[in-house]
Design a protein around this ligand. Structure first.
Ligand SMILES: C[S@@+](CC[C@H](N)C(=O)[O-])C[C@H]1O[C@@H](n2cnc3c(N)ncnc32)[C@H](O)[C@@H]1O
Ligand SMILES: [Zn+2]
Length: 283
């Protein structure tokens, strides 16, 4: 992507962005984002900006192969009901108003990409600490913008975001509340206890726990935010051997398992069980 095209695409987002080092506002000179204290972050011709340049990318477990497998399973429609559920919550909340949406831990950008097709007036920004994720996200044509950034120190101005989206990603509620506008909301998607149960069963010998329970994650959320809507998605679908391979590769559950070991397994079906929790900050 030409830097001038990226600069133009980023221009409307500058108002809601800030320097991750000193929290000053950014200006864009066509080549880089520079804050008023002179911290400078170059635009990449690959279509993104790295606002966490000191993060050691070579140690990232969320790598290109994982995001390629995630892209495949998204493309095959396994997560369409999740994006439809998020979309309908957004429609109920914002109707036709334009609003700003920050997808934290956006991965290869599926939700940001799909929502920007369905909500063309929405300003959508996806951030992830993995450069491989953001490079994959920025490669696909989308009106959304993508940044390498840490969700614990968001390069986002206070009170500037109407909706924070967090799908299967760690949360920092203090930081989320800082960036949310006074009546802003969070949509957090967490795995249900049967999420990818066929993968869990296949590799159970390598896992510390052979079952998953989201109650701790939800209790932590409830201590920080008020849940105002809760929907469950639960479906099981058959898998081809190629799709099975991608499901084994796309989850952090199999981070420590070699490709040779993964090749011994081929689940015939997959269960997508997730809870979509719409929340507002506790007053
Ligand atoms: C399981 S993936 C989910 C990705 C995406 N939301 C999806 O559903 O496909 C978790 C993501 O969180 C990102 N992540 C983890 N810690 C992060 C942090 N401190 N700041 C930003 N992203 C982070 C990872 O790089 C990874 O892309
Ligand atoms: Zn600065």
């Amino acid at each position: 992507m030409k830097l001038s095209v990226l600069a133009t695409k980023l221009e409307p987002m500058l108002r809601i962005m800030q320097c991750p080092v000193c929290a000053s506002p950014f200006l864009c000179d066509g080549q880089s984002l520079r804050c008023t204290q002179n911290h400078c972050f170059d635009l990449s011709a690959k279509g993104y900006v790295n606002l966490a340049p000191s993060h050691v990318q070579s140690k990232e477990k969320y790598d290109q192969a994982l995001f390629e497998s995630r892209r495949q399973v998204f493309e095959d429609g396994f997560y369409t009901p999740v994006v439809s559920c998020i979309h309908s919550m957004l429609q109920n909340r914002f109707a036709d108003q334009s609003f700003s949406l920050l997808d934290v831990g956006c991965g290869e950008g599926y939700y940001a990409r799909e929502l920007s097709k369905q909500l063309p007036n929405t300003k959508i920004l996806g951030v992830d600490l993995s450069r491989d994720a953001i490079m994959a996200a920025a490669r696909t044509a989308s009106t959304a913008n993508f940044l390498v950034a840490n969700l614990k120190q968001l390069p986002i101005a206070s009170s500037s975001i109407d909706l924070v989206l967090d799908v299967l990603t760690p949360a920092d509620y203090t930081e989320f509340r800082r960036v949310l506008s006074p009546d802003g909301e969070l949509i957090k998607v967490v795995p249900g206890n049967e999420y990818l149960k066929e993968v869990r069963e296949a590799v159970s010998g390598h896992l510390r726990n052979d079952s998953y329970d989201n109650s701790q994650v939800v209790s932590h959320l409830e201590a920080q935010m008020q849940i105002i809507e809760r929907k469950v998605i639960h479906h099981t679908m058959p898998l081809s051997p190629v799709q099975a391979k991608h499901f084994l590769k796309m989850t952090p559950m199999t981070f420590s398992i070699s490709d040779e070991e993964l090749a011994l397994h081929s689940p015939a079906a997959i269960t997508i069980h997730m809870e979509v929790l719409r929340c507002r900050a506790k007053s």
